[in-house]
Write a protein that binds this ligand. Structure first.
Ligand code: PMP
Length: 376
């Protein structure tokens, strides 16, 4: 089996799985309990918080654990607007965000906010200038992702947010870092981000766990009301096993960012080269993550290719897995030609992938191209 769908989700790494098992079978107290079992469980939650803050280079920040980045994005956007948007009813985002950002912004529109959407330019790039000029003194929030999940494009978040914070100190900044975390070195301060969303299952931790980093001093209205856990920001007993597994994955990965980056860069370059030789059109950007390669094989439907590769035990994605066959509006916003969009497959790497696997992918695609029916 060859797995090239790591941007959709990843295998749980041993360190994370061991951590989950330990918290379930040994440190299974409730972190709110006052006795030793409770304190032990709380210690695991604090360990993971510390790992995340250290990976984001801000030991003074806050972290709340959520059910995943979807909840983190919803909490950041709706919670921020509720606190700071009473008199500033203008918010800014981009046309290439994940639906878990786009939909909360739609909700804000329904609630009477002016939503400004920044589009890529004719080169398929969102410039820092276009983000900066979209913000005015009446804007309470800008949300911009770091790495696009469909093409790997790296947006100029740091450049834009830092300037925005200087020009408009009362505009808060949120970054969906799901596809960048533990792949690129991220510093919340260098990003100029007041809030950062993270997801466990993209970094070899289980599904159903995420985190929201919140810079110290920022007040969010909670989405979940109840027992007041996590400083009242996210009520409900903490999912200690998942939280600890997440923390153990962060701990293990932070040490190997550079090494993995180099390996994956080599794999991506090789795959780009091979697939271009087969007639594939790589959707490339000047600034891109080596972990994601989107390529269009003109003349063939994405899903046909995906299932052909599946028959050879090779797993890729057709555009974004979240859109499940629906045509991607994000690729359209990047200016990708309609006919190419229908033929895009996304290959997303992990450092466990090998050059031999790229050879197998190339061979399978070559066979597919020569045997499958072309789009008329
Ligand atoms: N943002 C981005 C950029 C993503 O790729 C994803 C996952 N597809 C999410 C948010 C949502 O993450 P989760 O599955 O943890 O809710």
């Amino acid at each position: 089996m060859i797995y090239f769908d790591n941007a959709a989700t990843t295998m749980v790494m041993k360190e994370a799985a061991d951590g989950v098992l330990y918290a379930m079978s040994e440190a299974y107290g409730n972190p709110s309990s006052l006795h030793k079992m409770g304190i032990d469980a709380e210690r695991l939650v604090n360990f993971s918080k510390k790992q995340i803050l250290s990976a984001l280079s801000d030991s003074s920040g806050n972290v709340i654990f959520t059910s995943g980045a979807t909840e983190s994005n919803n909490t950041a956007i709706l919670g921020l607007a509720k606190t700071y948007g009473r008199r500033k009813k203008r918010v800014v985002t981009t046309a290439v965000e994940h639906p878990s950002v786009t939909m909360p912004f739609e909700k804000l529109r329904e609630l009477g906010y002016e939503v400004v959407t920044v589009y890529p330019d004719s080169h398929g790039e969102i410039t820092a200038e276009s983000l900066i000029s979209a913000v005015d003194d009446n804007t309470c929030l800008i949300s911009c992702m770091l790495v696009n999940n469909e093409t790997g494009y790296i947006l100029p978040v740091g450049q834009a947010f830092q300037k925005i914070k200087k020009l408009h100190p009362e505009c808060y900044t949120h970054c969906d870092c799901v596809q960048g975390f533990e792949k690129l070195k991220i510093s919340a301060k260098k990003l100029g981000a007041d809030m950062v969303s993270l997801s466990g299952h993209k970094i070899y931790a289980p599904k159903g766990i995420g985190a929201l980093y919140i810079k110290s001093g920022i007040r969010l209205s909670p989405m979940m009301l109840g027992g007041g856990q996590q400083n009242g920001l996210r009520s409900g007993t903490e999912a200690v096993p998942m939280i600890y597994g997440f923390g153990k994955a962060v701990e293990a990965l932070t040490q190997s960012i550079d090494e993995r980056f180099e390996k994956v860069s080599r794999l991506k370059a090789l795959a780009e080269d091979r697939l271009t030789q087969l007639g594939g059109v790589v959707l490339s950007h000047d600034e891109a993550s080596p972990y994601i390669l989107s390529v269009s094989i003109p003349g063939f439907k994405s899903e046909t290719l995906l299932h052909y590769l599946e028959s050879k035990d090779i797993f890729v994605s057709s555009g974004s897995a979240c859109s499940k066959g629906k045509k991607s509006s994000v690729l359209g916003a990047f200016g990708v030609d309609e006919r190419l969009i229908d033929s895009v497959i996304r290959i997303s790497f992990s450092a466990q992938n090998t050059e031999a696997e790229i050879d197998s992918l190339t061979k399978a695609l070559y066979e597919g191209i020569n045997t499958l029916a072309r789009i008329k």
